[in-house]
Design a protein around this ligand. Sequence first.
Ligand code: ADP
Ligand code: MG
Length: 238
Amino acid sequence: MASVEFANVRKSFGTHPVIKGVDIEIADGEFVILVGPSGCGKSTLLRMLAGLENISAGEIRIGGQVVNGLAPKERDIAMVFQNYALYPHMTVADNMAFSLKLKGAPKSEIDKRVKPAAEILGLSHLLERFPRQLSGGQRQRVAMGRAIVRDPQVFLFDEPLSNLDAKLRVAMRAEIKELHQRLKTTTVYVTHDQIEAMTMADKIVVMHDGIVEQIGAPLELYDQPANLFVASFIGSPA
Ligand code: ADP
Ligand code: MG
């Protein structure tokens, strides 16, 4: 676990500014959701935190350490994407073990990590199956399993549920929250879905066009929206 901080972070693509001075403080163990309309810069912020995108100005800190310039593999984080492409020719166990194998971890350590992760996710009986033999929800769990086995300090989720049907989406929200309650890993979760944000977050960051409009607990944003954008986006009656 670790705290995460964005301090006056900016990002331009060419001459086009997309992140325009963002400050966010995330406490150790917190579940924070970045929410806002499509194109407002949520994925870019997450990708900068992961080290998949350079930052143009400002500082990002993980556990107090400035990570600007560190490669993704030098940051102790794991990311779950919307398109959780599993390797189709590998079993569930091998999919989950893949990043550990890449790092050269011995088989004994791989087993020690994959088994409990599979248990937490209800995948123990599916370890020898292939992705095509799984339901959508099971595949999503394998994608999360790949992140969990790395036991990172921070989890990043980018719209992990947007490809699932409505019923499964609701069930997976609860599962991800339970997982967080169990592991207490600092989590930064991106969605454009207000309901997902309101039901899952400890703290919500409302973004709009490259800036942060407001940061607060779900009820705080609902009761005291800072402006009309937050009010209309969150759906509160201001
Ligand atoms: P969100 O995840 O909130 O939908 P993004 O972070 O993906 O938004 O994108 C924010 C803005 O940055 C958008 O206008 C998008 O078109 C632009 N953008 C994202 N990635 C690139 C890129 N690699 N090159 C140029 N523009 C980009
Ligand atoms: Mg996005």
